[in-house]
Design a protein around this ligand. Structure first.
Ligand code: BTN
Length: 256
């Protein structure tokens, strides 16, 4: 285990680099359950994350040493749990802005927090909130970004990309991590200011397929609708011939 600190908005932010771990989200969760004292902003970064977890129980696969695979500990006690989606929106926008500065191309969000360049996924976010009653204890913000990997499994190759596939050169993972954490720190501190309407509007503007007629899978049935936006709760709003319906993540999927 290698530990170092860098100054940022989280004073003396601690980055713990693990050579090999099943999942940085799981590791952080286990440390919290053992009451290991960890300061807010602590980052667990994996060189080789061999059983990474994605949204909806999927696996997040990453070639050892090639990508950003890390989890950050946050304690957003200032947020009412009913505003959980605002944390998702703030973190997602931080990733979008950071990635645009790295790549110089437009970055979109496939709801709720897949990071897309054109029609290809470059990264994903898995935020796990730990609540006690109506009190927010902590949030584990897991982020995976394809950086120097250029070969992907057959099943995802067509719809996947990486920083290297866009810039045609290798990038330094520790430097990218430092910059991304700074961006997250800034987003987190503006979240504390509580300007939810502005945050939601910026998030909506970044939505992949916003305003477009697109096929979705609802209860196993393929239906076409226009992606209209998201509610404050984070539910996706679709316009079916002028009739607005909103969905949570388990109720709808994009047909690609
Ligand atoms: C998704 O796109 O489905 C979310 C992917 C999230 C992957 C990251 S990698 C670091 C952290 N640890 C995990 O096990 N998952 C997240």
């Amino acid at each position: 285990m290698q530990s170092n600190t860098f100054s940022g908005l989280f004073e003396g932010q601690n980055v713990i680099t693990l050579q090999r771990v099943p999942s940085t989200n799981e590791y952080l969760k286990e440390e919290l359950s053992k009451s290991t004292p960890l300061t807010e902003g602590t980052v667990i970064m994996a060189v080789d994350q061999y059983a990474g977890r994605g949204q909806k129980g999927t696996l997040w696969q990453s070639e050892p040493g090639k990508n950003l695979t890390f989890s950050m500990l946050l304690t957003p006690a200032f947020l009412d749990p009913k505003h959980q989606f605002m944390l998702t929106a703030a973190i997602t926008l931080a990733v979008v802005h950071w990635l645009e500065s790295v790549l110089g191309v437009v970055v979109k969000v496939k709801w709720p927090n897949d990071i897309y360049i054109g029609d290809k996924k470059i990264g994903g976010i898995l935020i796990e909130n730990i609540l006690k009653g109506n009190q927010w204890k902590s949030a584990i913000v897991g982020i995976g970004i394809n950086v120097n990997q250029t070969l992907f499994p057959d099943a995802i190759r067509e719809h996947t990309t990486s920083v290297k596939q866009i810039l045609h050169r290798d990038c330094q993972i520790p430097e990218l991590l430092t910059d991304l954490c700074k961006q997250i720190g800034q987003a987190y501190f503006s979240l504390k200011a509580g300007r939810f309407e502005t945050l939601l509007a910026s998030y909506e503007q970044r939505l992949y397929r916003l305003g477009e007629l697109h096929p979705f899978l609802v209860d196993g049935v393929k239906v076409a609708g226009v992606l209209d936006g998201v509610a404050e709760t984070g539910r996706l709003r679709i316009d079916f011939n002028g009739h607005l319906v909103d969905f949570d993540i388990k109720e709808i999927a994009f047909v690609i």
